[in-house]
Write a protein that binds this ligand. Structure first.
Ligand code: AMP
Length: 588
């Protein structure tokens, strides 16, 4: 009865709402800012800014400074320590999000509240509604590689967990997944299990048990799907044996997971044999997902930015199943939905939802001018501020850094992401994710980005592909211990390549960077020859284990593409696992 009274989710209605919001993006932004400032007018931070009740965009940007996470740390610390008065928000913050820390090497505490869960659901529903028009799904299940991370308590007794875990724990999430006909096929005990290796194994097992009901395969970031099927290659026979006998492998030791799985796992020799035969028939696991899950309609997860390097492997596993790139957001809140699901993942764009936050955009050209003397990086509060533009004032073709004001105490917060405006959906911009800002610290006048690094690795990996080998994963380091400094690129390779091929790869990596500052610095030896270091197999698994051990979750894991000097543990893991090094002779 109650079920019937709950308003049914109607994708067309969601699209209508989205169209209405985006047609009036400017007005909606002004209202959203007003609402945020009204709700949080009593917060000490805003009072100090001297807004005096004003809530128009002009007063806001002239009174409230642009900040980075570092600027907010003292305020966040006071909240975490249990300060009784309102500091960043009107209503007290009771939960923190812990960012993955994989992009910058340091985990960040970010305030979280129910409004952020709500906006997450709005983004999920919006992109689902558009997806469902092109790729309709029936009643079924999703094989979702999702993991709840541990919850911590801060000194002041506030809970802290990863953003995704905060969302997965919420009732709204479960309700939304049901409405979207894609409830996760694994029980909660698996999602929230204390050991992600065991949870991953059981996700795969549940997926196989419910193989013909699986409509969607998903994870937050695509890396997790690739990682899961790489693991499948290693444990598939054990999975088949579990299904054949109806007995769970002894590798699963967590009692709650064993109990939950016992309710699902029944002896099914016929299914086990079918899976076994299919796996044997596959050539190098090509089309694995298509073979195992006959009714799967698409694979879904964030595939842009630092996830692009995994697309090749994902396509290999997917066979003919479409890859659909998910939305754009962060622990600090969501930004845009992918409302053009038919675009290939590399071309995915994100339409900003104008009511989920107040957004500003710093033209990258302006940041470039200021960072020449590095002043802007050091203290955005005291130096001349860059001038961001409003959501509806951005220009097509321009690149910007995103600035977020959300409902959970972040005001004019520089996210550190670079996006490009590629068009408009009604009056809201469609963004393409470009990269994280300032990923590779300069040695000289070089300005290489995460994207440049990715393209260079892609170019060099083609030489390996000719040997039927692939780069499993990669990262880099700017080594300033020698004079001049030089770039080090670390590769884990799927098999043994000859010295000649790897030397060629090293030269190719060096010469594939096209940034004029890098090329000219290399020519005059102001930057030393690039070094390629080959890692032992399994090194990136160790890095992942390290982050998960710190309380991060596989959901949000992004291989750090440039490891900074303070990231001692990861640097140590890398150094301990180097098997061979090559020095570029590209500019000799
Ligand atoms: P986290 O710190 O774990 O919350 O990760 C948030 C970061 O992930 C963002 O600031 C982006 O750098 C990246 N990210 C999130 N969504 C996307 C996307 N759709 N495409 C590319 N990168 C993304």
């Amino acid at each position: 009865m109650l079920e019937k009274m709950v308003k049914r989710f109607d994708p067309e209605e969601v699209i209508e709402e989205f169209e209405a919001l985006t047609k009036e993006a400017k007005r909606v932004q002004i209202e959203t800012l007003k609402k945020i400032l009204k709700e949080n007018g009593e917060a000490e931070y805003l009072k100090k800014c001297g807004l005096d009740g004003k809530s128009d965009p002009e007063s806001y940007s002239s009174c409230v400074p642009l900040v980075t996470h570092k600027d907010l740390e003292p305020f966040i610390q006071q909240i975490a320590d249990g300060a009784p008065h309102p500091i960043l928000t009107g209503k007290p913050i009771t939960i923190f999000t812990l960012s993955s820390g994989t992009t910058q090497g340091k985990r960040k505490f970010v305030p979280f509240n129910d409004e952020l869960t709500e906006t997450t659901m709005q983004i999920y529903r919006t992109s689902f509604a558009f997806r469902n028009r092109e790729f309709p799904i029936g009643n079924g299940k999703a094989l979702s590689f999702i993991y709840g991370s541990k919850q911590f308590k801060t000194k002041g007794g506030l809970l802290a967990s990863t953003a995704t875990s905060n969302v997965y724990r919420s009732e709204q999430f479960k309700k939304t997944m049901k409405e979207m006909l894609t409830p996760c096929c694994s029980p909660e005990e698996v999602i929230f299990g204390p050991d992600f290796h065991q949870s991953l194994y059981c996700h795969l097992l549940c997926g196989l048990i419910f193989h013909d009901e699986i409509q969607v395969i998903s994870s937050t970031f695509a890396h997790s799907i690739v990682h899961s099927f790489r693991s499948f290659e290693l444990v598939w026979e054990e999975l088949c044996s579990d299904i054949k006998t109806g007995t769970l492998s002894t590798r699963i030791t967590v009692p709650t997971i064993r109990t939950a799985m016992a309710k699902i796992l029944k002896p099914n020799p016929e299914l086990a044999n079918k899976i076994h035969e299919k796996c044997l028939r596959l050539s190098n696991w090509f089309g694995l997902i298509e073979e195992l899950f006959p009714n799967v309609k698409y694979i879904y997860g964030i595939m842009t930015g630092s996830m692009e390097p995994y697309l090749k492997k994902l396509r290999h596993y997917a066979g003919g199943i479409p890859l659909l790139s998910a939305d754009y957001g962060s622990s600090e809140g969501w930004i845009g939905a992918n409302v053009n699901p038919t675009r290939p993942p590399e071309m995915a764009t994100f339409a900003v939802l104008p009511n989920i936050g107040y957004f500003e955009f710093i033209p990258l050209r302006e940041i470039g001018a200021i960072t020449q003397d590095h002043s802007e990086l050091e203290s955005p509060l005291v130096r001349a501020e860059p001038r961001p533009v409003g959501l509806t004032d951005v220009q097509v073709g321009e690149e910007y850094e995103v600035v977020v004001t959300n409902f959970a105490g972040l005001y004019r917060y520089r996210l550190g992401d670079v996006v490009k405006v590629v068009g408009f959906h009604n009056s809201t911009p469609e963004l393409q994710f470009v990269c994280r800002r300032d990923l590779m610290p300069p040695i000289n006048i070089d300005k290489n980005t995460e994207k440049d690094l990715q393209l260079s690795v892609e170019a060099a990996a083609k030489l390996l592909a000719a040997e039927k080998l692939e780069v499993v994963d990669f990262t880099s380091q700017v080594d300033l211990s020698s004079d001049p400094g030089h770039y080090v690129i670390f590769w884990e390779v799927s098999g043994k390549a000859s010295d000649d091929v790897l030397q060629d790869c090293c030269n190719c990596l060096d010469s594939a960077f096209i940034d004029a500052g890098y090329v000219s610095s290399r020519k005059v030896r102001a930057i030393g020859p690039l070094e390629l270091k080959i890692l032992k197999r399994g090194t990136f698994q160790k890095i992942l284990d390290h982050y998960v051990g710190l309380g991060s979750t596989l959901n949000q894991f992004k291989t750090p593409r440039c490891v900074g000097p303070v990231n001692h543990v990861v640097l140590q893991i890398l150094c301990d696992n180097v098997v061979k090094s090559y020095i570029s002779s590209a500019f000799d």
